[in-house]
Each structure stands twice: as C-alpha cells, then as structure tokens.
Design a protein around this ligand. Structure first.
Ligand code: FAD
Length: 402
C-alpha cells in the first residue's frame, strides 16, 4: 500500500500499516518529512490535550463531532501519549490543558515517528511529489516525478492549504475530486485577525486574559465565543482567542463582527449598580476609573474615549453611562478577515465527511482509497486538537488499508 504525505496523519497511517505487515511506501513531496510537526507549537509540538471523552469531542465544531467520535474514542489523548511514550517521547501537561513532549522538542516527535516506521519495515521516499492518483483494475496507479507507483490501496494524507511552504498546497483535494468526492469550501483557520479599527491598532502590544471575544454574523447572532488570551497587533488581533475565531470570521467573508466583553463575569445590571454607587461616593474621579481594574490603562482610556465618557464620574449622565457599559460589555468591531493561509495553522473545510466511513476512513465512493488528517473537512481549536484528530484518523486509515 502507499501513503501520500508524511505529516502527522500519514506517518501514523504508515506506521500502523507497516506494523500489520503490509508492504508500505510513504511518499512525501518535500525533501524532509514532517515539516509542519517541526514548526508546530513554537517548535515544541503541542501533541494533544488533557481533555477526554465527550469534553474532548465537544471542542470540535458540532457537525464534525459525530464523524470524529470513533477515531477519538479508539485513539484518545491518553492512548496517543502512551504511543509516543513507547516510541521514546514522554509528554507532560502544561497550561490550557495542552500536552507537549517532556523534551520540548518537536524534532523528537518527527524522529520517533520515522524510527517507528523504519522499525516496522516501511519505506519512505522523500522529495517525491505525487502528481495524480488513478484507479484501475486491481488497484491504483500514482504518477510521481520518479515514475509510476502501483498499489492495492492508497491513503491520502496530504493536509490542507495552510502554511503552503511546508508542502501543503491542497493537492489532495484534486485527487479526491477525481474519485467523485465533494470538497467543501476551504478557508484559513487559526490565523491572526485583521480588524479595521484605528483605535484598536493603537493598542498594539497589549495582552488580555479573562476577556470574552465572540464572532457574530451580520444579523448579530453569535457563532463562537472564546475566553482565551488576546494580543493586540498592528493589523488587528492575535493570540489563541482571536485565532480560534478565524475560521468563522473567514466563512463570513467580510460580514463578521467581533464582540468584546471585558467583564464577562459581571452582569450588565450589576456593573451599572456598582457604577452608580461609585459615582455617588466618588463623583470627582474620572469615569474610566469605573472600568475593570485588570484592564491595562491604555485600554481603559481608549474605551472611555470611545464611549465619550471621559469626564468626572459625577458628570456622567445616563446616555454616557450606557455607552460606557456598551464599551465594556458589548464592544463591537468589524473583522475584515484573517492574515490568510500563509499564517493559518489549519484549513477549515476539505473532503466532505459524508463520503468517508468514519470507522475506517475509507472512501465510500472508491474502495481501497482512504482519506485522513487535515485533508478532511475537520478542524479544531488551538490546544493540540488538530494533531489529535490527524493522528487518530491517520491511525484508523493505517489499521484498515490493505
Ligand atoms: C505553525 C503551525 C503550528 C501548529 N501547531 C500545532 C500544535 O502545536 N498542535 C496541534 O494540534 N496542531 C498544530 N498545528 C496544526 C497541525 O500541524 C496540523 O493540523 C497537522 O499537521 C495536520 O496533519 P496532516 O498530516 O493532516 O497534514 P500535514 O502535517 O500538513 O502533512 C501533509 C503532508 O503531505 C505532504 N504532501 C502534500 N501534497 C503532497 C503530494 N502531492 N505528494 C506527496 N506529499 C504531499 C506535505 O508535504 C506534508 O508533509 C500547527 C500548524 C501550523 C502551521
């Protein structure tokens, strides 16, 4: 059998197939395998998460959960960590439920995967882009720059479109379309956001914790909300919170609105009560002193300015107070998009899931063809969820391809 793409999904598929005694050839386009693993997690590779069970499944978009259930249950984070521990890469838990190699080196992950594949008797051919995949009588013919390769079954693990310099230029979509598979619209996801608001860009460098950021559609309906670190940049917003929203922002194609709640644990009415009491007791203080104490001064000043509430508390009328409440609890700014595939950690969209058997990753349209990893219409938030899905779906493909 042939596996196309030596990333997370392809390497796991290839190892499983080779361990089952299948003659396995792994074809990789780039001269070096596992490039995306090497740059992941800031070079440390956030392998997976400490979340498990339904809590783990709930982290993926609702429409993908059902599809992923079998893969995640048959290779949950604990089993993934055990697999890597056996392969010489013990892992440890860090903040935000993330799991990293104890060595803190993504290179160890790639080295271990290649070692396991070689030990199982598999053959890696790097620097060998696959140009086309065709089915004929008795199997598949893959055209490569080094000639035609024949195989009884093929696992496609070519990834998506993000970080194209690592080899992922969407080749697998064309291969799958050739077998009649639908490919859902693709968008950059987990990327920094572009925000067209000068006041926000002036806050470059600020980092916020404990603030809710949501993406709303053009009707004001909330699509996704995150309470994760936010970094203000010269282009807009970065950090885990904004990046988690990028897929939804991109899907809305210029119609997305971001909503900040800078005091997410205090209801609006309670905040107003507190403010009225403060105004009665300390009327001479500046209005921005009402704003949550944890916010940086530059941001507090900007919010007061936006609300037109810059005078003393005692002079704050009802309209200004309401505007300040809006600025704290319901501040809306349009998001024009993200920084795109060159900066996106994953691709949203891909090979439509109804064409793939979730128990085996085999195509429902072409027997012997298997599809796994980011090439599928599957993506998760920051925190190890994308490797978890890629490893788990790759493993299933490798267990079932003959
Ligand atoms: C900067 C960055 C940081 C990230 N950090 C994390 C993290 O810490 N934790 C996490 O969970 N996720 C992270 N991700 C996401 C994660 O890397 C991907 O979700 C995951 O690598 C997808 O695995 P895959 O095997 O499906 O695809 P990939 O890892 O993208 O592998 C696909 C492989 O197929 C090869 N290929 C493509 N076309 C062909 C062809 N025609 N012929 C032969 N080979 C081909 C490519 O060269 C590539 O090697 C990060 C992504 C990026 C870009």
């Amino acid at each position: 059998m042939v596996v196309v793409g030596a990333g997370a999904a392809g390497l796991l598929a290839a190892i499983q197939a080779a361990r089952r005694g299948r003659a396995t050839v792994l074809l990789e386009k780039m001269p070096r395998p596992g490039l995306k693993i090497l740059i992941s997690g800031g070079g440390r590779c956030n392998l997976t998460t400490t979340r498990s069970g339904t809590d783990l499944e709930a982290q993926y978009p609702a429409s993908r959960r059902r599809f992923l259930r079998h893969a995640l249950r048959s290779f949950p984070p604990a089993a993934l960590r055990e697999f890597f521990a056996q392969a010489g890469v013990p892992s440890r838990e860090e903040d935000l439920e993330k799991v990293f190699p104890v060595s803190q080196r993504a290179a160890d992950v790639v080295t271990a995967l290649l070692r396991e594949f070689a030990a199982a008797g598999g053959t890696l051919v790097a620097g060998c882009p696959v140009r086309s995949v065709a089915a004929g009588s008795g199997g598949f013919a893959l055209t490569t720059d080094h000639g035609t390769v024949r195989a009884a079954s093929v696992v496609l693990a070519t990834g998506g479109l993000s970080y194209p310099k690592t080899g992922t230029t969407g080749d697998g979509y064309a291969f799958c379309r050739g077998f009649g598979h639908e490919v859902t619209p693709t968008h950059p996801a987990l990327a920094p956001l572009c925000v067209d608001a000068p006041w926000l860009r002036e806050l470059q460098g600020i980092v916020l914790h404990g603030v809710d950021l949501a993406v709303l559609d053009e009707h004001g309906r909330e699509r996704l909300r995150r309470r994760r670190p936010i970094l203000f940049t010269h282009r807009g917003l970065s950090g885990p919170g904004p990046m988690d929203l990028a897929g939804d922002v991109e899907e809305l194609q210029g119609r997305a609105v971001l909503r900040f709640d800078f005091a997410p644990d205090v209801p609006r009415e309670e905040l107003e009560r507190q403010w009225l009491a403060a105004a009665a007791a300390h009327g001479a203080r500046r209005a921005e002193s009402l704003l949550p104490a944890g916010l940086p001064d530059r941001l507090r000043a900007a919010l007061a300015r936006l609300a037109g509430a810059e005078g003393p508390l005692g002079s704050l009328g009802k309209p200004a107070r309401r505007a300040l409440l809006d600025a704290v609890k319901d501040l809306r700014v349009p998001a024009t998009g993200s920084l795109g595939y060159a900066h996106a950690e994953v691709t949203r969209g891909g090979v439509a899931l109804d064409g793939i058997d979730p128990r085996t990753m085999q195509s429902r349209l072409q027997p012997g063809l298997f599809v796994c990893g980011e090439l599928l219409d599957v993506d998760g938030p920051i925190g190890g969820f994308n490797f978890q899905a890629a490893f788990a779906t790759g493993r299933l493909a490798g267990l079932h391809a003959s």
